[in-house]
Design a protein around this ligand. Structure first.
Ligand code: SAH
Length: 273
């Protein structure tokens, strides 16, 4: 069962203490002009202790250049990756590695995916045949993300989506991601605590469905909640235990499946904690 996050959507002016504190130097201050302007957080938590210059646009621009060299071509995806401060989503002890192309622990035995994997999966969604008919700057349309984790990928998706619904089964991560996203002013991402294998029917149909955790099967609820012209991208575990990305398009003639790169994601699990 998925249940709406408490107090969501939340308006900053109803947060306790907002307006009483001096404006903190938030990571948001370093955001490049994103396609969806990220609102400044009035009462953000202290900025993470990042190394010299690490939080600068230049460091993110270098990450974007590396993504380009690694074959990510979609400029909209590159701009979204350049707009979201990845260091804001990891513990300050790891902030120095935030713009390296590496996955990082986010607690509770979970990891934030490598930037190149996030970028490739989002580029696959944006390249769906159905995306041609969507708003140019919002090629992902209505998105369902399974596995909010620290909220980083949800923030990137929000740059290119009409609406993001994101589900996390671990309540501490659900709460933490909500705090992180709200501090960046990203209040309009629907964050849910629940088993993402059930999807979230009230917001269906989705144009894009993305899973950040790998299971043996594609959940039937995802396929029924995917709209026509929509695309699903998820890691799937094969008989040999290795994971591959699967891309499924819902066309008027039925479902079309393609297998892509080998990947390594945390397991998709049932139930909530
Ligand atoms: N997109 C995330 C990646 C998090 S790792 C980020 O940017 O940080 C994958 C996440 O999927 C983990 O937090 C894990 O708890 C979650 N997960 C695993 N199975 C799930 C399920 N059935 N429903 C919802 N979340 C799930």
């Amino acid at each position: 069962m998925t249940a709406p996050a408490r107090r969501f959507p939340l308006s900053l002016d109803r947060l306790p203490g907002v307006g009483k504190q001096p404006r903190a130097a938030t990571p948001q201050a370093q955001l490049q002009r994103p396609q969806r302007p990220v609102r400044e957080a009035a009462a953000a938590p202290p900025a993470p202790a990042v190394g010299q210059g690490l939080d600068s646009e230049a460091v993110r621009a270098r990450m974007v250049e590396r993504l380009r060299q690694l074959g990510v071509e979609d400029e909209r995806v590159l701009a979204a990756m350049g707009a979201v401060p990845r260091h804001h989503f990891v513990d300050s002890a790891l902030a120095a590695q935030a713009y390296e192309d590496t996955s990082l622990p986010i607690g509770w035995e979970q990891t934030i995916s490598k930037p190149v994997v996030v970028a490739r999966m989002i580029a696959l969604l944006a390249a769906a045949p159905g995306a041609r008919h969507r708003q140019v700057r919002r090629p992902l349309g209505r998105v369902l993300e399974v596995g909010t984790g620290c909220g980083y990928q949800a923030a990137v998706l929000a740059q290119l989506a009409v609406r993001v619904t994101s589900i996390e089964r671990l309540s501490p991560l659900h709460a933490k991601s909500r705090d992180k996203l709200h501090a960046l002013g990203l209040l309009d991402i629907r964050l849910l605590h629940g088993d993402g294998q059930l999807g979230h029917a009230p917001n269906a149909p989705y144009d894009s469905i993305i899973s950040a955790a790998g299971g043996a099967h594609v959940a039937p609820a995802w396929l029924s909640q995917l709209g026509e012209g929509g695309r699903l991208v998820a890691p799937i575990v094969g008989a040999d235990g290795a994971q591959q990305l699967i891309v499924i398009d819902k066309t008027p003639d039925g479902l079309r499946r393609h297998l892509h790169d080998g990947v390594h994601f945390v397991p998709l699990k049932s139930g909530v904690l």
